[in-house]
Design a protein around this ligand. Structure first.
Ligand SMILES: Nc1ncnc2c1ncn2[C@@H]1O[C@H](COP(=O)(O)OP(=O)(O)OP(=O)(O)O)[C@@H](O)[C@H]1O
Length: 300
């Protein structure tokens, strides 16, 4: 296992909550150095997937290996920015205190912060461009700056893998750009493997190397060429989607014009979609109650 060149390896993994199968038959590998989006409609199990990778939720079948260890055993080498971190965090803390939590965890307040820890926090804040805000309380910072505090907190322990759950949600365009720029530098300059849950792929397209898409209750990994398939995305989002490439080479995923996106239903059969993305587990018998939540809902 430890010799595997891949950062994350799913082997016939499944998650069940109560008697509801969230997803199953997850068999794929994500390489080191990748930037991967986890995409799927609301409730498809994206957050569940990150929690499974962190060993926070038990699998009902199969295995998940992360950084060469069973899920949960390499968490010290993973930085995690949970969903809604920005609104849930104690806003009385200063930016620096929040970042230090990434090193000291629950020891904060009892434990004396060392000079080395303070230096690490400063480096992480410099990387995310918030060093000048170190002494500001979170309540005094905008959502975009808070998100960069959250990223700095996840980075401060020098993780090999950074996982962020909807880091761009509720940020304005400039703040989204700033956050994506930080992720791009972490990937390119530090070689960090990055995984991001995202509803809107557009901001991430320039840095993405692939995606895990949760389709019909099955997670799949595909590299960029395969992810940006209009038919596949249309099925994934349950609404007509097209991939547009501008003359400058920029790509966008957009609802198809002149068709009301609230009305359109995907017209692909499961067999067609299976052919598009090479279901290797194959049959329609796999379809579960998950289909109802995965299909026909807009991902926004
Ligand atoms: N604590 C829980 N107990 C039981 N079921 C849960 C629990 N948390 C989530 N679920 C169910 O698991 C499924 C997947 O939830 P998850 O939050 O992973 O989806 P998601 O793809 O991240 O959704 P969203 O886009 O809305 O954030 C949902 O059907 C949800 O109802």
């Amino acid at each position: 296992m430890s010799k595997n060149p891949d950062c994350i390896v799913f082997d016939d993994a499944a998650i069940t909550r109560g008697d509801h199968v969230i997803w199953q038959h997850g068999t794929f590998s994500i390489p080191y150095g990748s930037v991967t989006a986890i995409v799927g409609t609301n409730g498809a199990g994206k957050t569940t997937m990150m929690k499974a990778e962190l060993g926070l939720l038990p699998l009902s079948h199969g295995s998940v290996t992360v950084l060469g260890k069973p899920a949960g055993q390499a968490n010290k080498r993973i930085g995690y920015v949970p969903q809604s971190y920005v609104s849930n965090v104690d806003s009385n803390l200063t930016a620096e205190q929040s970042v230090l939590l990434g090193l000291t965890g629950t020891r904060f307040g009892i434990h004396l912060v060392t000079r080395e820890e303070r230096d690490k926090a400063r480096q992480a804040m410099e990387f995310t461009g918030i060093a000048d805000k170190a002494q500001y309380r979170l309540s005094e910072l905008s959502g975009g700056l808070r998100q960069r505090v959250a990223i700095a907190q996840a980075l401060v322990s020098d993780p090999q893998l950074l996982m962020l759950d909807e880091p761009l949600a509720n940020l304005d365009l400039a703040s989204q750009r700033a956050a994506v720029h930080v992720l791009a530098r972490l990937n390119k300059e530090l070689g960090m493997t990055i995984q991001v849950v995202a509803h809107d792929l557009n901001m991430l397209l320039p840095i993405m190397t692939g995606a895990v898409y949760l389709l019909d209750g099955h997670p799949h990994y595909a590299d960029m060429g395969k992810v940006l398939d209009s038919d596949l995305l249309t099925h994934l989002y349950g609404t007509q989607v097209q991939v547009v490439t501008t003359p400058q080479g920029d790509m966008f995923v957009t609802p198809t014009p002149d068709e009301p996106d609230t009305q359109m239903q995907d017209m692909h059969t499961a067999t067609e979609v299976a052919q598009m993305h090479h279901h290797d587990h194959g049959s329609l018998h796999d379809r579960t109650a998950v289909d109802a939540s995965a299909a026909g809902k807009d991902g926004k």
